[in-house]
Design a protein around this ligand. Sequence first.
Ligand code: DLL
Length: 434
Amino acid sequence: MLDLSPDRDSLEAVETCSRDELASLQSERLADTVSRVYQTVPFYRARLDAAGIRPTDIRTIDDVAGLPITAKDDLRDQYPLGLLAVPKSDLRRVHASSGTTGRPTIAAYTQRDLDTWAALMARSIRAAGGRPGDVVHIAYGYGLFTGGLGAHYGAERLGCTVVPASGGLTERQVTLIRDLSADVIMLTPSYMLVILDEFERQGIDPRTTSLKVGVFGAEPWTEEMRREIEGRADMHAVDIYGLSEVMGPGVAQECVETKDGLTIWEDHFYPEIIDPISGHVLPDGTLGELVLTTLTKEAMPLIRYRTRDLTRILPGSARTMRRMARIVGRTDDMMIVRGVNVFPSQIEEVVLSVRGLSPHFVCVLTRPSRMDEMTVRVEALPHASSADIRESLGQELVARLKHSVGVTVAADVVEPGSLERSLGKAKRILDLRG
Ligand code: DLL
């Protein structure tokens, strides 16, 4: 794989400033944000009044810990635009969260918010290994989802040539990647697997393409998946994180030269980790729920927003800003099987360790009696698809899951091509508990 380490001179000054300089920028921006929301958003004014906090009490970034928490339900209650901190006529765009049930959550942007987003995505793509002049193939969905347009404007801002493919029409994705010699590809890791399968179906070795890096996010994935993609495509695979409520992709980005978790762009988003049950702030390094405070957003600033994503905060490495470890899963994706807490990402790790199994799987939850049970339905690879081999692969998977995750599940190893493919975020849980 190519060495894509950046030239330090090409980074923005803030990416390599001192921790003290960063803290003073954060302090200034937090005070400004709190004073703005106090003046313009009735919801926040009421919350701050109830907590006995005046905007002038906020002097340093450490004061964030005393501010009230904002939860997803608060956003739902304020649907669609109750949290606006600017006149509606100042909005230039809205996006919406991918919520599968009920009302979506609306995200709103002023022109300055869109500029900040494009700049942060440009920073992220460069950290991933993209360079001005590269061809960037974007197969995140375009539309209300923030993936497509977020990546699009960031790549243009960096000075790249954008191929706005969006998701779907997989055969054509392969044609475009080859004919336009894409350097960078941006999409969900599960859809990348679908594209890799399509390359192979067409008899093309994905290692022979021009792709040098993939920027994968919008869903949890694992180190095992990184190895799988890097091995099959001879390209770097790096992680990108974000959520529409806070901005979209580009809140945190893994640097290609270290591949050691995601650098949080802390000059714009202040991270904390809390215990999801007690709500107490946890020290860096501890696994818990990520809470983010926006430091520069104009249209819809968020104070201490509970993301429901589980991770750990780590010290900075390739940049001044701190990192977060890969997201383990969302609090709402945690399954409890015979008393053991388990996330789809743990299943993915083990599925990929069994030779003969493909990375295409789904966790099927049922409740035949009083207890929840899980069946891991997973496709065998073409060379291991006979009934006998599938049977023994299933036994191996069950034993490994018991050994490494401590969970007792059933396995259903099915023939290649029999599970539904995702064109965006993979659905890893099929809940049949009624
Ligand atoms: O998924 C934004 C995005 C687009 C991120 C493209 C990265 C790339 P939402 O649809 O609002 O926004 O979903 C946000 O997706 O709270 C996480 O649970 C999950 N998620 C996003 N990135 C990652 C990641 C976009 N790298 C929700 N690893 C978040 C794990 C992720 N989960």
